[in-house]
Design a protein around this ligand. Structure first.
Ligand SMILES: Nc1ncnc2c1ncn2[C@@H]1O[C@H](COP(=O)(O)OP(=O)(O)OP(=O)(O)O)[C@@H](O)[C@H]1O
Ligand SMILES: [Mg+2]
Length: 249
C-alpha cells in the first residue's frame, strides 16, 4: 500500500496555523475524497498534557531567590521531543502506513523556532533527530503585530512565548531554521498568511494538491465513494457564507 503523505503547517501564534490546518483537512476529505487525519503538537497525550500546563504557566517551582520560575527551557525542549516521539509511534506513523494523509498542526520546526530562544538549535536538532521528515511543510508568514491583533481578538490569556517582541525573534528563528532544512533537502514552502483566509487556503491547496494527486491517490479516490468521505463538524462563524466578513488585520 502506498504510504500517506505527511503535511505540516507552521507559523507563529496567531498566524492561522490551526485555521488553515482545519480548512486543509476539510478540503482533502470532502473535495479530494482522500482519507485524512488532522493532529497537533503538543498532543493530548500524557507528555503533551504536561507541556500544555507548563505553557499556561501553571507549573513551575520556587527558585533560590523565592521567585516562581517555570521549568528549565532544556527540560521543556526534551518534553516536546518526547511528546513528538510518542505522537509518531502511536498516531502519525501508523496512519501514514495505512495510506492516510496526515496533517500536523506544528511539528519539529516549531521546536527549532520557539525553543531556540533559550536553547542551542543544534542540540534541538539532535534531540529531534528520530522524527520523520514531512513530505511538505507550509510556513505561514505573518507579521508578529498582525498575529497579536488576531490573538487578542481570539482569547484573553497570554501563554509563555506569546509576547510580541519574543515572536519577532521566533519569526527570525523560523526563517533561519527553514533555510537550514531546505539546505538539507527538506521541502518547506513559505506562504503569505497576512491575507484573507480564502487566499491563504487557495495557495496551500496549490502546494498540496500535486502531492496528493499521484497514481495511488487517484486510485484510492476512485475506490472511495464521495458519500463515505469523512466530514468535519468544525466551522468558522459565517466564513462560508457569501459576503462573510473576515477578522480585519
Ligand atoms: N487569514 C486570516 N485573516 C484574518 N484572521 C485570521 C486568518 N487566519 C486566522 N485568523 C484568525 O486569527 C485567530 C488565530 O488563528 P489560529 O488559532 O488559527 O492561529 P494559530 O496560528 O493556530 O495560533 P496558535 O499557535 O496560538 O494556536 C483566529 O481568531 C482566526 O480566526
Ligand atoms: Mg493553533
Amino acid at each position: 500500500m502506498e504510504k500517506g503523505k505527511f503535511i505540516v503547517i507552521e507559523g507563529i501564534d496567531g498566524s492561522g496555523v490551526t485555521t488553515e490546518a482545519v480548512k486543509l483537512k476539510e478540503h482533502i476529505a470532502t473535495k479530494l475524497n482522500l482519507p485524512v487525519h488532522l493532529t497537533k503538537e503538543p498532543t493530548d497525550g500524557p507528555v503533551g498534557g504536561l507541556i500544555r500546563t507548563i505553557l499556561a504557566k501553571r507549573v513551575g517551582a520556587p527558585c533560590h531567590n523565592g521567585k516562581f520560575e517555570s521549568i528549565d527551557p532544556r527540560c521543556l525542549a526534551l518534553l516536546f521531543a518526547a511528546d513528538r516521539l510518542d505522537h509518531l509511534e502511536v498516531d502519525i506513523r501508523p496512519k501514514l502506513e495505512g495510506g492516510v494523509v496526515v496533517i500536523c498542526d506544528r511539528y519539529i520546526l516549531s521546536s527549532l523556532a520557539y525553543q531556540s530562544l533559550n536553547v542551542d538549535r543544534r542540540w534541538l536538532e539532535q534531540i529531534n533527530a528520530k522524527g520523520i521528515t514531512p513530505d511538505l511543510t507550509v510556513y505561514l508568514q505573518v507579521p508578529p503585530l498582525v498575529a497579536e491583533r488576531r490573538r487578542n481578538q481570539a482569547r484573553w490569556h497570554v501563554e509563555l512565548y506569546e509576547e510580541t517582541p519574543k515572536l519577532e525573534r521566533v519569526s527570525q528563528n523560523y526563517l533561519e531554521a527553514i533555510a537550514d532544512l531546505r539546505k538539507r533537502g527538506q521541502r518547506v514552502e513559505v506562504v503569505d498568511g497576512n491575507r484573507p483566509m480564502r487566499e491563504v487556503h487557495r495557495d496551500i491547496m496549490a502546494l498540496v494538491k500535486p502531492l496528493l494527486t499521484t497514481k495511488a491517490g487517484s486510485a484510492r479516490k476512485r475506490r472511495q465513494p464521495p458519500v463515505d468521505a469523512p466530514r468535519l463538524d468544525i466551522a468558522f462563524a459565517g466564513e462560508n457564507e457569501p459576503g462573510a466578513k473576515e477578522v480585519p488585520v
